[in-house]
Design a protein around this ligand. Structure first.
Ligand code: HEC
Length: 417
């Protein structure tokens, strides 16, 4: 059938030749092979996109991960539900092998490392502010009032710098990804601390982990320019960049909500109103939900003809502000706000395929590309000299967790000509 069509086409075209019996040459297929160390090859074209051709054929280091830290909860009071990898491998990605692969390349000035792994659900939060939130199956303590909850997906690469120091590169979906960086830290044996300069993230808190948020989104588009990825708009559902002081009396807002909204939307916002059978099924407690609504949008919708509960929406500004605070307390206000990093905290650039708009949809595979100068001239960074050929590093992953992790230690980065 195909032959006939091509022949007909040839008849219609002048100067068209059709070689019926020309032998088909097998195409030269370059493919990537597994290697026993992370091999960085020298390239002249920077492979600075996840889709760069280099990564399609570059060899890769497959990692078999093991439990590194398990059974831990955050020690500080007020932090809950941050231990998604509590049970180690059995809880990481619901027990499925993350199938970690690492690839690398270098130019005359920079190292490029592409990390790919499986984690079927995106987690992009860190210490979100939730009012009257859920309890924690792994940690005792009251979750009434404000608590700080949820964790993100993140990974750590730590290089042996010698002198019992390690250079730690921590990519975090909540705290570094939005701005296009990895968090740069140094561990001198007593725990990792941030490198010098401004970090990408600052805690958004009035006081302690139960004190509530200091800031909320100011309703303006959160436009940033990332290097090398370019222009991006940050989703206010999960990321706080353009901010104003958090307002509204949430205690009064909660009282109003329970009296006027809970009968249809449920006491916890889960859509299960009272009495049973009266429920709407319309949830007001989805992660990020009311961080994306502006007050003006709620004021327009809630008392309108398109809302069955219109008559229940308050008319006074004070009640509206209080109720809005309560609704944001269901969604989880970002626990950190973001800022452009500086100095030695701005050395590791990152590009990824992590797309926040997909939350809470399923994720196929994370791909994160880290880019760092071989020599940053900062005393808190490892100097990578291709002539030295090998460096030792550890790798670990966390799924919805800020403390427990699975990973693989004592791997080798090899510089190839
Ligand atoms: C009589 C039942 C009822 C009451 C009471 C009620 N609602 Fe609703 N609400 C609904 C229904 C039903 C919907 C879905 C849209 C529709 O058909 O009206 C909805 C939708 C919403 C939505 C849109 C949700 C989304 O993400 O699209 C918001 C916001 C909302 N309600 C807020 C409130 C607030 C705030 C109160 C209390 C002041 C309230 N509602 C009281 C029935 C109610």
């Amino acid at each position: 059938m195909k032959t006939i069509r091509i022949s007909l086409l040839c008849l219609l075209m002048t100067g068209c030749t059709y070689y019926e019996n020309e032998p088909v040459k097998p195409p030269v297929v370059e493919k990537s092979d597994p290697t026993t160390t992370l091999e960085a090859k020298h390239v002249t074209t920077p492979p600075n996109k996840i889709t760069s051709n280099y990564w399609k054929t570059a060899d890769y280091l497959p990692l078999t991960v093991q439990n590194q830290v398990t059974g831990q909860v955050q020690a500080a009071d007020g932090l809950f539900n941050m231990s998604g990898t509590f049970g180690g491998l059995t809880t990481y990605n619901a027990g499925k092998d993350p199938r970690v692969k690492m690839q690398a390349a270098y130019t005359t000035d920079s190292l490029y490392v592409l990390v790919s792994w499986m984690d079927t659900l995106y987690d992009a939060s860190n210490s979100n502010w939730i009012y009257d939130g859920p309890t924690d199956p792994n940690k005792a303590g009251s979750t009434t009032g404000w608590t700080s909850q949820r964790a993100d997906d993140n990974f750590l690469i730590s290089f042996d710098m010698g002198g019992s120091n390690r250079d730690v590169w921590n990519w975090s979906f909540a705290l570094s990804e939005p701005l296009g960086y990895a968090i740069d830290m140094i561990d001198n044996g007593s725990g990792a601390t941030n490198d010098a300069g401004n970090k990408t993230y600052v805690r958004n808190a009035v006081s302690d982990n139960r004190g509530g948020p200091q800031y909320e989104w100011d309703d303006t588009e959160q436009h940033i320019s990332r290097k090398p990825a370019g222009s991006t708009i940050l989703d206010p559902g999960f990321y706080l960049l353009n901010k104003k002081t958090f307002s509204g009396d949430i205690v009064a807002g909660e009282t109003y909500y329970q009296a006027e909204c809970a009968p249809c939307h449920g006491p916890t916002g889960n859509g299960e109103g009272t009495p049973a059978g009266y429920e709407t099924g319309v949830k007001l407690n989805l992660p990020g939900q009311f961080n994306r609504w502006t007050r003006a949008a709620l004021d327009a919708f809630a008392p309108s003809g398109s809302h069955e509960g219109a008559v229940h929406y308050p008319s006074s500004e004070t009640n509206r502000a209080n109720l809005f605070a309560r609704l944001r307390g269901f969604s989880g206000i970002p626990g950190y706000y973001l800022q452009n990093p500086s100095g030695s905290s701005s050395d590791i650039h990152a590009v990824s395929n992590a797309i926040i708009a997909n939350i809470p949809k399923y994720n196929k595979k994370y791909q994160v590309l880290l880019i760092r100068a071989l020599n940053t001239s900062q005393s808190d960074d490892i100097v990578l000299n291709p002539a030295t050929t090998t460096y030792s590093f550890n790798f670990s992953l966390r799924d919805n967790d800020l403390i427990n992790r699975v990973g693989s230690n004592t791997q080798t980065l090899t510089f190839k000509p």
